[in-house]
Design a protein around this ligand. Structure first.
Ligand SMILES: Cc1cc2nc3c(=O)[nH]c(=O)nc-3n(C[C@H](O)[C@H](O)[C@H](O)COP(=O)(O)OP(=O)(O)OC[C@H]3O[C@@H](n4cnc5c(N)ncnc54)[C@H](O)[C@@H]3O)c2cc1C
Length: 465
């Protein structure tokens, strides 16, 4: 472990008037402050600037830039590739910027960039409102939304970024700008999936929609060998289904919970997750009823609080993570077969999951003028989600995750959703944006011409002139 020491005078100057905390190696709180969700990431920043205000963010960016420090931006800490931290550099950490202000009349929320989805859902659900958010409550609103934001409400209300009204952000020049349809419109477009490339977001304003607090949703589980039938049934149910219907197919280890029959605990299971996002719970029942005809061993689909559904698949931090993903134009029988065969070889017991999300609905009803994300008309997203405990098991788990992805390639469209992958290189970043990459690159050159913010799914600045 090498830890460079930064200039003391510069640190003193940063601390002067800083409302949050500037944490250096070996100081109290450093170990906790440097940890990310993915236990494979073990980096030692030279400085962690835990900002409490916009002024702190401006000072931190200036400090990083003037000191020539490689700078990462951290919010919820869920970057699976560890892009929100750095060895020997600066972390601009906004996790403590937690203000939430809901306007129930306008159905909008303004929140600080450190808010997690669990916190945002709790605040908006008081008013029976919600917006598309993470399926795991500890994920940060910031990284999630800037990267697109795929959640259970997406077929009805679009991705999280489609619900953006404005983003306030500090650019590489330490300027605070507000991006919306009428202010910095090109930047606003780029922030719909272009990630952390353009500055440090300090606040988000998002559109809300009536939902809950009680929704129809939950999980059904079958023994793993029934997985093909489950995937086929979900495919049939979602095809032409209303936008209110959200479904997913997931292979996982049967959890050691009372609601799981003993013979399925610790064994491979295939399940589905369902949410009905319409105003009348009863309208979702026919969908649940048809899926029940497969006689699940566990059936937890019923009325439940939306905020609880949003925590239904929460994983603990501190596990080792490898993720990848691909878009599929259709879910053919052959693709199901490949997906199922690999899932049947999932390391068991483990926290691994192999997931298929159907897209469509509002996700697909956007033009390239709305967001830079290419191939949003993909019908399905495959998402091997590999989690395990011990470094000694790395090889086996990585091989499983990579294998499922490699064998699914013939069925994929070439597009990818960047929030669901680690660091897979520039080709994948370009694949995620297609023709939109060049326009993003021009926006990057306006707001970050030196690529100061490069620890992300990086968009290289266009050479201007
Ligand atoms: C358990 C788990 C569940 C997930 N579920 C989903 C899901 O359902 N749907 C989905 O779409 N994605 C999901 N993700 C992926 C997640 O959306 C991305 O990893 C996202 O980047 C995490 O955001 P964060 O703020 O928590 O992460 P961080 O690690 O803090 O940040 C990740 C990156 O986002 C950028 N960033 C963060 N904060 C800021 C900021 N204030 N300003 C500018 N850039 C910033 C930076 O580039 C940073 O490197 C999940 C991730 C995990 C670990």
């Amino acid at each position: 472990m090498s830890i460079v020491s930064v200039d003391d005078a510069a640190v003193r100057e940063l601390r002067h008037g800083f409302e949050g905390r500037v944490i250096l190696p070996r100081q109290e709180g450093y170990e906790e402050a440097r940890a990310l969700f993915n236990a494979m990431i073990d980096r030692h920043p030279a400085v962690i600037a835990q900002c409490a205000s916009v002024g702190d963010v401006e000072s931190a960016v200036r400090f990083g830039r003037d000191g020539g420090l490689t700078t990462a931006v951290r919010s919820g800490g869920h970057s699976v590739a560890g892009m929100s931290t750095v060895d020997d550099g600066l972390v601009v950490d906004v996790r403590n910027m937690k203000a939430i202000d809901v306007d129930p009349e306008r159905r909008t929320v303004r929140c600080g960039a450190g808010v997690t989805w669990g916190e945002l859902d709790a605040a908006t659900q008081v008013h029976g409102l919600a917006t598309t958010g993470g399926r795991v409550s500890t994920t940060g609103v910031a990284g999630f939304t800037l990267g697109g934001g795929s959640g259970w409400l997406e077929r009805k209300h679009g991705l999280a970024c489609d619900n953006l009204i404005a983003v306030e952000l500090v650019t590489a020049a330490s300027d605070l700008v507000r991006a919306s349809e009428s202010e910095h419109p090109e930047l606003f477009w780029a922030l719909h999936g272009g990630g952390g490339n353009f500055g440090v977001a300090t606040a988000f304003e998002l559109q809300l929609h009536p939902l809950g607090p009680t929704v129809l949703g939950g999980l059904m589980l079958w023994p793993g060998e029934r997985g093909r039938e489950v995937a086929e049934a979900v495919r049939e149910e979602i095809a032409g289904g209303p936008d209110e219907l959200a479904l997913a197919v997931v292979y996982l280890t049967g959890p050691p919970e009372d609601f799981v029959p003993p013979e399925l605990q610790g064994r491979l299971c295939c399940g589905l997750a369902l949410l009905w996002a319409g105003p009348e719970l009863g309208d979702g029942e026919p969908h649940a009823r048809r899926l029940r005809e497969l006689e699940p061993a566990v059936d937890l689909v019923g009325p439940m609080p939306y905020a609880e559904l949003q925590r239904m698949i929460d994983d603990p931090p501190g596990l080792r993570n490898y993720w990848t993903a691909d878009y599929l134009d259709e879910l053919s029988d052959e693709a199901i077969d490949v997906f199922a065969s690999h899932s049947e070889r999932m390391p068991i017991p483990s926290a691994c999951q192999a997931i298929l999300f159907p897209w469509g609905g509002q996700v697909a009803r956007v033009s390239p003028n709305d967001t830079p994300m290419a191939r949003r008309d993909a019908e399905w997203v495959s998402h091997p989600f590999v989690l395990w405990e011990s470094a000694a098991d790395d090889e086996r788990h990585l091989a499983w995750g990579r294998g499922i992805s490699a064998d699914l390639k013939p069925f994929t469209s070439g597009g990818v959703y960047l929030n669901f992958i680690g660091d897979e290189g520039q080709d994948r970043v370009r694949a995620a944006f297609g023709d939109g990459y060049d326009r993003l690159s021009r926006v990057k050159s306006l707001y970050d011409p030196d690529n100061f913010f490069h620890l992300n799914q990086n968009i290289r600045p266009a050479v201007v002139g």
